[in-house]
Design a protein around this ligand. Structure first.
Ligand code: SF4
Length: 347
């Protein structure tokens, strides 16, 4: 059985969150016309709360690099880049370069100023090319026109590790989850990819004995779920962060999100650049205007140029729907969530 057949049989989907079929993506780049092809291992890991790239490079760096080499050989591609989070670079680059040896793989240090948006795949390609770090218009997609206009395969660290395991018939259908927040045993854990969120917490001895909610898929853009909503597959949740309702300060969480998004906006498009500026004003005001929050996050969802702007709808709306409206927590009067009639709430 060749590698593509093995990837299809394993039903491997990209571990970066989009869950695109890995076999299809590899074949698209292979079939794309181009004198040169490239491979990018996206190790930017810019979403707060997710630590699995670091974990893999600490523990399974050989497997990841073997996976990248398989891609170089399969396409075939001229060169690969490991697009590495700058916080990891000093510690990890010497180790990775030693493993790479003379193979055509460059460890590329992502700039600190690139921030979260520097991890978006087309922004990463611009960064490697030395251009302004901002998302590109798509189509064309990197599979057709990536680095220097050449077909480029972009996958994340865990995906390359899994490709290697599949090639060696060692893949067990597992996935990495970062567990953190208000828990004792925070860390990176590996479980079958179809495990439920609740079972990840129980099997890591992190299921709280206090009232809580979780944010899955990153501490910024992830979905907020209450404790009754955890009997669902954790697939796609690279992280599970626990929030104690007793320690919880709603306005501080809203401020954390809006500060993150306003800081990370690349400024290329008006809805995101101005939208988060306005949202910050609303959230920092002495009385929270939920109607304004609703309008701004809906506008961000509908008109932002890239996923950073549109993704803000997810934490804000899921928090309102699944926590504020769900819990009996008494909120400070200046937040006054009771009686809200806003579009992102179920009617
Ligand atoms: S949505 Fe935000 S991050 Fe994305 S292109 Fe527009 S300004 Fe930049």
């Amino acid at each position: 059985m060749d590698l593509i057949q093995k990837l299809k049989k394993a039903k491997l989907t990209g571990r970066g969150g989009a869950c695109f079929c890995v076999a299809d993506k590899w074949q698209m780049v292979k079939k794309a016309k181009g004198d040169r092809k490239y491979v990018v291992c996206n190790a930017s890991e810019g979403e707060p709360g997710i630590k699995k790239d670091k974990y893999l490079f600490d523990n399974e760096a050989d497997e990841v690099i073997e996976g990248i080499m398989l891609a170089l050989e399969f396409l075939p591609a001229e060169k690969a880049y490991i697009y590495l989070n700058p916080d990891y670079y000093t510690e990890l680059a010497p180790k990775l370069k030693k493993i790479i040896g003379y193979f055509p793989i460059e460890v590329f240090k992502k700039d600190h100023s690139a921030g979260y948006i520097g991890g978006e795949e087309s922004s990463a390609l611009n960064h490697i090319e030395g251009k302004r770090i901002e998302p590109r218009i798509r189509p064309p997609f990197p599979t057709e026109s990536g680095l220097w206009g050449c077909p480029t395969l972009v996958n994340n660290v865990e995906t390359f590790r899994d490709v290697f395991l599949i090639a060696k018939d060692q893949y067990k259908g597992t996935k990495l989850f970062t567990v953190g927040g208000d828990c004792i045993y925070d860390g990176v854990y590996e479980f079958p990819e179809d495990i439920f969120i609740e079972d990840v917490l129980k099997q890591t001895s992190n299921y709280p004995d206090f009232d809580f909610f979780v944010q899955v898929g990153g501490n910024a853009s992830g979905t907020v779920l209450n404790k009754e909503q955890l009997k669902q597959p954790a697939m796609g949740c690279a992280s599970i962060t626990i929030h104690s309702l007793y320690k919880h300060n709603p306005i501080e969480l809203l401020k954390y999100w809006v500060d993150f998004y306003k800081h990370e906006s690349c400024g290329q498009c008006t809805p995101c650049r101005e939208g988060f500026y306005r949202l910050k004003e609303v959230i920092y005001a002495s009385k929270l205007d939920w109607q304004a929050v609703d309008k701004l996050i809906t506008n961000l969802k509908d008109s932002s140029f890239c996923a950073l702007g549109s993704s803000a709808y997810t934490p804000f709306s899921s928090y309102i729907n699944n926590v504020i409206k769900y819990t009996s927590l008494s909120f400070p009067t200046h937040i006054a969530p009771q009686g809200m009639d806003i579009k992102c709430l179920p009617r």
